[in-house]
Design a protein around this ligand. Structure first.
Ligand code: HDE
Length: 682
């Protein structure tokens, strides 16, 4: 639980404190402050008679309840958020005048909401889907929102197609099936008939779409934004969040099982890591392209289906975000937060990316319906930490009491205030980009290459990653009923890689294309492969399978694992304490019934001399499942024997040993490795 007595950690927290209500130990009242003498029985005409209309308490309580729900977000409905802070490593003065990026060491409060895109508010979090990664910086110059995703490109090039994309990917309208899944005809029909999606669909079918944790995904601003410095000089910028724990994923079979075993897997992981003090950290990186270099690339830098390969335009790390506080109330904060890519501060500006341009309209518009009117900026979570004054007035749920008779500009009665600010005083001025063009509904020719970067992505994948992509396409298309849809997608894949297209074609029963039809692209970008990511043991969850009569030294290994930053969870047949040899005792955290291998990164088998047949059966199931998901497995004492009896088809990632010295180094290395793709499974 949060410690209320703690000093307010930053300016946002201090502001939120004004709105917190602590109801414990208080007297119950109506919303009018009237003390209540009874809250269990409605007011009736006689003990067995009808309820009376005059029962204001009943009416108030029920009416409020009847109105508790608000519309969920039309996309990104399922999300989870946390507070934190952002600290700058080095001054970005050279590129931008944004105040929160000027001084090394400067800290800015942030609020981050992670989300899936397609599913409803209650859907499983392990959907194969893009993840939203939206950050609100509460800066001294107003709120700056970086509303990104965990994939650096997008499906479409022009915002006008967004309603079509979302209609296609949401459950089909005639039967509202399937929930939180793109494995259905309309989505793939959209993809095949809107081939600008080729690059993004490769990412969406890759391991990126089934992250192990919100803490282990990258974030991207996607669009090209503009930095403007004090001298008025502009440059193009792309934003990256890099997780300190590296980028890691689960496997598809595991994801599907997780959605049943624990649909809250990702939020729980985030919530618990923050409660445990294992604060998630992400470094902010920027890629910069000078204005004069706008046309030096073989792609249009305004095209949101293109990334800037890191090997061509390096990512410069400029700061770090630490998420260090869970919300007090999910509805008040996570649900009511309103992000908007148009929330910028001086020094950050837009470009003409047609996807970004459309987003600049959509976000305010959607909040108006979702949050019920134009005053959502007054909700505590959305308030800037700097003062805000203007002549906007009234509307549903207005909270501010604007004092005085004047609410217009210009005026003389209030000395023409609130007054505007000059640029020097911090007034926002738009970058004076020269525009010269005809009014036209068209796509630029420079946006027409849809396949080069899809191929670049494919070329950059390791073999296991390629296999996962093939399986993902095969699964998703395999769920499409219309053969013509499957065929069209496979034909589209022939523009990316012939082997990919042919294998998927065979798997989904359509004609394999005979020729490669795309551009000749041979380069790759190693930064895109998860094989090259950071590999660490920190906070990895280990299922420790332990039974009656366990070796008394087991506790030493478990403690050592804990000291190495992993999170061992003791699992046995029953809850409570179990007896080991020579008087040793251990507390069981979970049972085979309440737990499952998919909830863990690794299994460590200890076993015992007095275990039941049931224990052996349950442990065998647990181990085999972890094995088939390529997870590292450790074993000591009787556990090693149990493992031998299973005759697993491969030794890759299986570490045995009885003492911390002969075992831990190799085992923790295996845990950091995450998965053993070279393992032959069943
Ligand atoms: Fe969004 N998007 N989006 N989007 N988006 C919304 O705003 C929209 C796009 C993203 O945790 C909505 O408040 C259009 C790209 C995130 O609260 C809505 C287009 C990227 C979130 C909307 C896009 C995003 C949203 C729905 C195409 C990555 C969740 C609820 C032009 C850079 C924010 C809401 C949160 C949410 C519109 C494309 C990220 C309808 C029109 C590209 C992370 O306004």
């Amino acid at each position: 639980m949060q410690d209320d007595s703690k000093q307010h950690r930053n300016s946002k927290d201090k502001q939120l404190e004004n709105y917190r209500s602590r109801d414990k130990d208080k007297k119950m009242t109506t919303n009018q402050g009237l003390k209540l003498s009874e809250d269990e029985f409605s007011l009736k005409a006689g003990e067995r008679g009808p309820t009376l209309m005059e029962d204001f308490h009943f009416r108030e309580k029920m009416t409020h309840f009847d109105h508790e729900r608000i519309p969920e977000r039309v996309v990104h409905a399922r999300g989870y958020a946390a507070h934190g802070e952002f600290e700058v490593y080095e001054s970005l003065k050279k590129y931008t005048k944004a105040k929160f990026l000027q001084e090394p060491g400067k800290k800015t409060p942030v609020f981050v909401r992670f989300s899936t895109v397609a599913g409803s508010r209650g859907s499983g979090e392990l959907a194969r889907d893009v993840r939203g990664f939206a950050t609100k910086f509460y800066t001294e110059e107003g709120n700056y929102d970086l509303v990104g995703n965990n994939i650096p490109v997008f499906f479409i090039q022009d915002a006008i197609k967004f309603p079509d994309l979302v209609h296609a990917l949401k459950p089909e309208p005639h039967n509202e099936i399937p929930q939180a899944a793109t494995a259905h005809d309309t989505f793939w029909d959209f993809i095949a008939n809107n081939q600008e999606s080729a690059h993004m669909i490769m990412w969406a079918m890759s391991d990126r779409a089934i992250p192990r944790s919100f803490r282990m995904m990258e974030g991207f601003g996607v669009h090209t934004f503009r930095f403007v410095n004090e001298e008025g000089q502009a440059s193009f910028v792309k934003f990256h969040w890099k997780p300190k724990l590296g980028v890691h994923s689960v496997v598809w079979d595991e994801a599907q099982k997780l959605n049943g075993k624990n649909p809250d897997f990702h939020r729980q992981d985030l919530y618990e890591s923050i409660e445990n003090g294992d604060f998630p950290e992400f470094e902010l990186g920027i890629q910069i392209i000078d204005e004069e270099d706008e046309f030096k690339f073989d792609f249009d830098i305004l095209d949101p289906t293109k990334l800037w390969p890191e090997e061509v335009v390096p990512v410069k790390i400029i700061g770090k975000m630490t998420l260090n506080r869970n919300v007090d109330n999910v509805f008040a904060e996570t649900e009511q937060v309103a992000f908007h890519p148009g929330n910028v501060v001086p020094g950050i500006d837009f470009t003409n990316d047609p996807l970004l341009q459309g987003r600049l309209f959509s976000y305010t518009d959607t909040q108006l319906i979702r949050l019920g009117g134009p005053n959502f900026h007054e909700l505590p979570i959305n308030r800037p930490v700097c003062p805000f004054h203007n002549n906007q007035r009234d509307g549903y749920g207005r909270q501010t009491i604007n004092v005085g008779q004047v609410s217009y500009h210009k005026n003389s009665l209030a000395d023409n205030t609130p007054s505007t600010s000059s640029e020097e005083e911090g007034g926002y001025t738009h970058y004076q980009e020269k525009i010269d063009g005809r009014k036209i509904r068209a796509r630029s020719d420079s946006f027409r290459d849809h396949f080069s970067q899809a191929i670049l992505f494919w070329n950059s994948m390791s073999n296991p990653e390629k296999e996962h992509i093939i399986s993902a396409f095969s699964f998703e298309l395999g769920m499409c009923k219309e053969k013509s849809v499957r065929q069209q997608v496979v034909d589209m894949l022939a523009n990316i890689n012939l082997e990919l297209a042919k294998t998927v074609a065979e798997n989904v029963g359509v004609n394999p294309p005979s020729n490669f039809t795309g551009p000749q692209i041979t380069n790759s970008s190693p930064a895109l492969s998860q094989e090259n990511t950071v590999k660490k043991t920190d906070t990895r969850k280990i299922a420790v399978l332990i039974g009656q009569g366990f070796n008394k030294n087991a506790a030493v290994v478990i403690e050592a694992l804990e000291n190495l930053g992993t999170m061992p969870v003791v699992i046995s047949e029953k809850q409570g304490r179990i007896q080991g040899r020579e008087g040793s005792v251990i507390q069981v955290d979970q049972t085979f019934l309440t737990s499952d291998s998919v909830l863990f990164d690794s299994v460590y088998v200890i076993g015992g001399t007095d275990v039941s047949h049931q224990f052996v059966q349950d442990a065998a199931y647990f181990i085999k499942e972890a094995f088939s998901h390529y997870k590292p497995i450790g074993a000591s004492y009787e556990g090693a024997k149990l493992l031998d009896e299973l005759e697993l088809p491969s030794n890759a990632g299986i570490i045995k040993g009885d003492t911390p010295e002969d075992f831990l180094e190799e085992y923790t290395k295996a845990i950091a490795e995450h998965r053993f793709w070279n393992r032959k499974t069943y």
